[in-house]
Design a protein around this ligand. Structure first.
Ligand code: AP5
Length: 286
């Protein structure tokens, strides 16, 4: 499974990515985490990215695209991955399309976590409290000033990706304001494959054919109860492709239109029969 999680800072991308990893056995590819690790390791790329991140701006596209190009080629990413925080610009999304195409891979879904901006500072404060409680170093960009810049960057450069992926038909939007477990449940629901052969149209089709079969069975049983003439009528109706008793009766001379009413009393055949009987009687009388 290959997924993208899209959403502003603090929307819950990292939180949901970890749950997807646990559920599907895929890897989380967070460009933010990778850049922070590179900065902590003091690599040239990391040191360059560090200052940009602290200001709340986006690291240049070519830097993050190169990181992702290497990472998705690694063995642990073969079973699938969830991209958390990448792509963040339209050029990054286009680069990802090319990378996947070169490797013959497809995306399963792009999940947008939709949240009200007003809640985001509170979420960041929550994370600061959580990290402090775990004894971890608080992120340098988790403060009001940097968050404002991160939000500006999101609106200007990342939000256009919602339309980008809506156009490809891969976008699935989830209410990121719901409690964490409810967001997870909604993502699970959206990723669940449609059960084969259980589409509404197929179910309705099956129901209709069962109803037709039951109707035919009842009609045959009724015809059998009425006797051979009625059966002939039905058989003739079937032969002519006709439906209903009237056509069946017309198609099979000798069958009855209504139970207990002989055919001889109506139509040409009936009148002819009466004329013959009269002629015989007259001959005998002579
Ligand atoms: P990055 O590390 O990706 O940060 P971000 O996108 O700003 O997102 P956050 O990690 O802050 O939030 P999140 O959505 O993961 O939320 P979380 O689950 O932690 O990027 C950092 C920087 O790196 C960027 O600013 C940029 O400089 C650079 N960078 C990274 N990728 C780049 C790229 N592709 N291109 C260019 N530059 C790039 O949740 C937050 C808190 O809320 C937690 O406490 C959590 O418990 C809580 N929470 C989560 N969900 C809920 C919920 N449903 N209800 C209540 N609380 C919730």
């Amino acid at each position: 499974m290959r997924l993208i999680l899209l959403g502003p800072p603090g929307a819950g991308k990292g939180t949901q990515a970890q749950r997807l990893v646990a559920k599907h056995g895929i890897v989380q590819l967070s460009t933010g985490d990778m850049l922070r690790a590179a900065a902590a390791a003091g690599t040239p790329v990391g040191l360059r990215a560090k200052e940009i991140m602290e200001r709340g701006e986006l690291v240049p596209d070519e830097v993050v695209v190169a990181i992702i190009a290497d990472r998705i080629g690694e063995a642990d990413a073969r079973r699938g991955f969830v991209l958390d925080g990448f792509p963040r610009t339209v050029p990054q999304a286009e680069a990802l399309d090319r990378l996947l195409k070169e490797r013959g891979l497809d995306l399963d879904a792009v999940i947008e976590l939709k949240v009200d901006e007003a809640i985001l500072m509170k979420r960041i404060e929550t994370r600061i409290a959580e990290m402090t409680a775990r004894g971890e170093k608080v992120r340098a960009d988790d403060n009001a000033e940097a968050l404002k810049k991160r939000l500006d960057a999101y609106r200007a450069q990342t939000a256009p990706l919602v339309d980008y992926y809506a156009r490809t038909g891969q976008l699935k939007t989830v209410d990121g304001m719901a409690p964490i477990d409810a967001v997870t449940a909604e993502i699970d629901r959206l990723l669940r494959p449609a059960r084969p052969g259980r589409s509404r149209a197929k179910t309705a089709g099956r129901r209709a054919s069962r109803a037709r079969a039951a109707k035919t069975k009842t009609a045959r049983a009724r015809a059998a109860r009425r006797g051979p003439k009625a059966s002939r009528g039905k058989a003739a109706a079937r032969a002519t492709g006709g439906k209903g008793r009237k056509r069946a009766a017309k198609a099979a001379p000798g069958s009855r239109k209504k139970a207990g009413r002989p055919v001889a009393k109506r139509g040409r055949a009936g009148r002819a029969g009466t004329r013959k009987t009269r002629a015989k009687r007259l001959t005998r009388a002579r």
